[in-house]
Design a binder for this molecule. Sequence first.
Ligand code: CP
Length: 350
Amino acid sequence: MIRAIDWEAFKELRGGEKREYFMRDGNIFHVVMAQQFDRPFLDYICDLTTKIRGIAKGNQGMLFLQSLLQTKRAMLYFVQPSTRTFLSFMSACQILGMRCSEVRDPTTSSEMKGETQEDTVRTFSSYVDLTIMRHVQERFAEKMAWLLNQTGRPVSVINAGSGKDQHPTQALLDIYTLHRSFENYGGIDGKAIAMIGDLLRGRTVRSLTYLLKNYDGVKIYFVAPRGLQMGEDLKDYLRENDVDFEESENLDEIIPLVDALYMTRIQDEYDQGDESKKIDYSKFHFTGDHLKLLKPNAIIMHPLPRRAEIRPEVDQDRRAMYWRQVRNGMWVRVALIAKIFLADREIMNY
Ligand code: CP
C-alpha cells in the first residue's frame, strides 16, 4: 500500500524509507536513483544479465525471451538528446516482446498547448505499463514516480537520465562491465577506479559513485579540472559510508595507480555562458601514449558520446571497454525490465 505524501515531504525522505516507495510487494517497481540498489540486487542483476546473454545466443532462446512480456507496453519519453540509452532501451523492450511508443520532441506533444509535464506523464500511464524517461530537469523521474504512486494507475518509471543529477541504468551497465572485466581478478572489491573529466555536471559519474559504495575496499580517484570536481554532496556520501577517495588534477600521475579509468566529456550543454571554453580540457584526454602507463589488466571506460577524451587509436587496445559498455547496456536493460515485470525467475530457470 503506497502512503499518500506530498512532494516536499517526499523529497526529504532518506535511505530505506524512500527506497520502499520505489518497490512493490518486495520487488523493484521504479528505477529512479542509484542509491536504491544494494549489493545483493547488483549481484543478481549481473547474474541475470549474463544468463540472458547466454539464452539470446540461439534462436530458440530469443523466441523464449520475446514471449515473456508480449502483453506489456512501454513509452520512451526522451526530451533530451540520446543515442545509446534510447536505442538500447527500445531494443531491450523488443527483445522481451514489448511494444513501444515514443515522444522525443515535446513540440509534437500537447505540452506545446500548455499541458504540464505532470499531466503528460500521467497521460502516458493510461496507455502503457512502463515509462522510460530522459529529461533535463534534475529529479524529474523521481518526481514522476512519486506522482504516479499517488494516482490510481501507478505504472513503473525508469530514469534514463535526469539533468546533471543521475543516470542509474548507465551506472548499472558500468557495474556490469566492471564485474565482467574483473571476474577473474577478484571482482570489483578492492579495486581503484578513477573518474576523469567534468565530474561536477556528469550524471554518469555521480550514479556510479553511489553504486561503488556497495563494494568493499574500493578507492575512487576524482580527476577533474578545478571548478569541475565532484560535488560536495557525493563526497559527503562517500565519507558517511567510509569509502576512500582522493581528488587530483593530474591524470598522468593517477593512470598507473588504478584498475579502471572512467573518462567523461565536458558537459557544456549546462553552461550558463562560455565557462567551458576557458577550461583546458586537453589535460583530461587519454592518448595512445597513456596506454604505456596503464596496468596490464586495467580497463578504460567511457559512457559515450565522446569528443576528444579518448583518441581513436586507443580503441584497438584490449583494455578499451567503451564499445562493450554500449552492448552491455542493452543486456542490462533487458535484465532490469525483466526484473520489474517479475519475468526474471522464468529466465533464471530456462
Ligand atoms: N551514455 C549515454 O547516456 O549515451 P546517450 O546520451 O547517447 O544515451
